[in-house]
Design a protein around this ligand. Sequence first.
Ligand code: UDP
Ligand code: MG
Length: 317
Amino acid sequence: MLISLMVPCYNEEEALPYLYEALCKVMDECSQYDYELIFVNDGSKDKTLSVLKDMASKDERIRYISFSRNFGKEAAMFAGLSSAKGDWIGLLDADMQDPPSLLPEMFSILQSGEVDIVATRRVSRKGEPPIRSFFARRFYRLINKFTDVEIVDGARDFRVMTRPVVDAILSLSERQRFSKGIFAWVGFRTKWLEFENVERVAGETKWSFWKLFLYAIEGIVSFTTAPLRIATLVGFLISCLSFAYLVYYFIRAIILRIWDDVPGYPSLLSFMLFLGGMVLMALGIIGEYLAKTYIEVKRRPLYIISEDNKKDDSADS
Ligand code: UDP
Ligand code: MG
């Protein structure tokens, strides 16, 4: 039984020694498992790489992968997951905000065989700027409303997964990856552990408000094509309203014989609005096709099988 633990690192020279020490301590407690530690250096500008090299020279179980520049945490996680050899694969941040002390419990839950994933969520956001928490909450509300995957509020990337889950995650070969969504999309039996937010042990967060905002948009755009439909809806509404306006003026003029001061104004206005609405609707229709194309282009698998009692038989035939 081999466990791979992978850690994305970007400018984490100060945090890494703490993390390594904590991981060694925890893994010593779980001596029934072999393990490897995979550190992905995401183009750090500080001495992260030399710290990793130093650690790797002293410990055989350490593997490091270093990117040529900063490609972002998503890319680092993908690299780590695709190079992990373990039967179980764990994912955690370098800054100790994902407490390694939870790992033994996570392993023992996986060991029971009742679930395929042990994931974690923060129940508090203390120590985080309130404005960031506020927008984070709104984001989860929005994305869960518009997408058919359920993304748990406060879910961390901190999780341990079995091999089939990781293979499923890697089989989603889309370029623009939004892991929180992908993790939810692949399904599998998941057990959620909760913990209180911990502040990072050293260094500082790599996520500015702006970066998070863009990430949120990325998440919504990757998992729903609903925004492309907005044009159809708005266009339809405008056309209907302008038509109603036209009918109203028509009745007023013909039946009630009330004339406007400026002749031609109501009809002109309603025609213009009607046409505007039609144009918007046409845009929306294009949006629908674009949405379909977008979904096709991602080439996500149609389904993911978690169990099949005669898998090898069907492969032979
Ligand atoms: N990270 C990364 N590439 C980046 C940004 C972050 O690999 O471009 C890593 C970082 O080293 C850390 C994890 O992703 O291990 C989470 O980052 P951070 O702690 O800054 O985020 P926060 O906990 O504030 O959300
Ligand atoms: Mg952090």
